[in-house]
Design a protein around this ligand. Sequence first.
Ligand SMILES: [Zn+2]
Length: 326
Amino acid sequence: MSSAAVAGVDLGGTKIEAAVFDDDHQVLGSARHPTPVMGGPPDVAAAIVIAVNEACGEAGCESGDLTGIGVGSPGVVDSGSGTVSGARNLPDWEGEFALGPELAEKLGTQIAVGNDVAVATDAEFELGAGKPYHSILGVFWGTGVGGGIVLDDHPWHGRGAAGEIGHMVVKIDGRQCQCGRRGCLEAYAGRGAMEARARKRHAEGEHTELFKIMEKRGRPRLTSAVWAKALEAQDKLAAELIDEAVSALGAGIASAVNLLDVEAVIIGGGLGVRFGEPMARRIEEAMAPHVFNSAHPPEVHLAALGDLGGALGAALLARRSVAART
Ligand SMILES: [Zn+2]
């Protein structure tokens, strides 16, 4: 094992992905665990420890041998103290929890914590589809809709909460969002909101294959794969909800582009990656009528790093953080 190995952890609402990388960003070992749905932050931290140890086992090392570990977490992250607060997609995580210090104690190495979407955007910028550009907008379409911003080669975090593209208003007084506000992009395009809508219409008697496909796959929720399969089977309700999501994404992303005038938009996330290139083109088409600078619209690309982008971005954060301290 290279002495410069680091681990990256992508902490998501549904899964925890941990991977150990060598200094050429090659994967030495990886592990994936479901995110606990019960308990609280200490239970999530314990699940991260298990996933990291498993990835280390595959890589043939101990966590204490790693140069550092990076964690990409939802919620508002204080990267100085390693605390995470308001991670609404995680169980009972409204308040503040010192995730970094807790993991440092259990795993015996330096921990760097960053926002999940920010680190995934950074990975695409450094090593993926954003490489040719100086300014990009990353849009991660999954359970929610997250955004990451890089301007003139620098990540833009605002005061810690920038990039919340999922809460751009696409319809005034529109549908209720998980965040408690109305008309947010996420209320139309988030996989969670799409599922809630599908369940309601199904309960009202509308025909759909969505839940049959879900049950056949032994899943408790409508995963990206279930949506993709239903779309393939030309399920009417699935197609309608996806059409609605795509037009909301088009309006929200184009509005962000009108403000920032980035060179490229990178589409990732569970649904983004699963639907692939044809859906990136559909989103680009949905953006077109709203882009003010229509003579020079941004390029729209699919995220190139796939499912491991989040973990890789977290590992890059760990490397940078260690380099800054030495
Ligand atoms: Zn919202």
